[in-house]
Design a binder for this molecule. Structure first.
Ligand code: PMP
Length: 321
């Protein structure tokens, strides 16, 4: 990833991709005290559109504030930099990673006078998940690694150091032959996947864990809006137990990169078997709530906003104009 052409925005300057380096004593590298975002852009009719960039940038600023890191740029400046990042790198279907980290002026937990740095890198994502993979979805394992607790870390902040926990869970699941990990909170209730929120559908109602141990996902928020306002589906945010996932009619995970992916099997249980869902490994039914949400999300992100979807135009920010 590091050895390629392109431009990276670093502290307000455009740096050639290969020259965007930091010192080995960079504080965030040692302790994980920093925060980042994952933002997506999609090719639209006229220009590339950033999807919900204002919400992502606000979450980034909130993460920094919660970590007590002073952000040297306004949200407006950061949104402009993300737009320019697409233009400067000739990108349309892209993934952007704005990151805030502390400098190398000192080491140790008590280090003083650390500078705050901001960088934005963006790269082409193409069609990250194929249509086939989107229909087949995931086989997952409930992780033995608990997710964060509100009194242990800042669950709403997208903090670099949090992802050690995500990777422990994901790597264990992948090594055991699964696609994803489902993580429980320290009390044993369903929190989220390693880097995605989780939903279930039972008897036509959509349920998702309340935002305590899980990240307040922006895709999660988009899916709740589409389900309630376009499909007219009732949505409940509450505590969920793992057996509710086993016995759900449908389940799926959501995230900026993954979008909406069906959860087809958990701990060897075929989710939706009783409701007649196709077996894991077979595509989901196009009439399922999951497939309908996938279609709506696909249309909204790609700027296909005819009719009832017109109200979501504010979710798209063109890279130019
Ligand atoms: N949970 C975690 C831990 C994540 O890293 C992500 C990805 N940012 C999500 C949930 C989904 O959030 P979003 O929809 O905002 O990408």
């Amino acid at each position: 990833l590091h050895d390629r052409d392109g431009w990276i925005w670093h502290d307000g300057e455009w740096i050639p991709w290969r020259d965007a380096q930091v010192h080995v004593l960079t504080h965030t590298l040692h302790y994980g005290m920093g925060c980042f975002e994952g933002v997506r852009a999609y090719a639209g009719a006229a220009a590339a559109n950033l999807f919900r960039v204002a919400e992502h940038t606000r979450r980034l600023a909130d993460s920094a504030h919660a970590l007590d890191i002073d952000l040297p740029f306004s949200e407006h400046d950061l949104i402009e930099a993300q737009r320019q990042c697409l233009v400067k790198n000739s990108l349309s279907n892209a993934y952007l990673k704005p990151t805030i980290f502390l400098g190398a002026e000192g080491l140790g937990l008590r280090a003083k006078g650390l500078t705050t740095h901001v960088m934005i890198a963006a790269w082409d994502l193409g069609d990250y998940i194929s249509a086939e993979a989107r229909a087949i979805g995931l086989r997952a394992l409930t992780s033995s690694w608990a997710r964060h607790h509100v009194n242990i870390s800042l669950c709403r902040a997208k903090t670099n150091g949090h992802y050690v926990n995500s990777m422990l869970a994901l790597n264990t699941a992948v090594k055991a032959g699964f696609d994803e990990a489902i993580m429980l909170d320290p009390e044993g209730y369903v929190a989220e996947a390693s880097a995605a929120n989780v939903f279930l559908i039972r008897d036509g109602v959509l349920h998702t864990p309340e935002v305590t141990s899980c990240l307040q996902g922006i895709t999660r928020d988009s899916v709740i809006a589409l389900a309630r306002d376009v499909l007219g589906v009732e949505v409940r945010e509450r505590r969920i137990t793992r057996d509710e996932l086993y016995t759900a009619d449908e389940a799926f995970v959501t995230g900026t990169a993954a979008e909406i992916l069906p959860l087809r099997e958990l701990d060897g249980r075929h989710i939706g078997a009783r409701a007649g869902a196709p077996a894991p490994g077979q595509p989901i039914s196009s009439t399922s709530v999951t497939a309908q949400l996938q279609q709506l999300y696909h249309r909204v992100t790609r700027g296909d906003l005819d009719g009832e979807l017109e109200r979501y135009r504010a979710w798209l920010t063109p890279s130019t104009g």
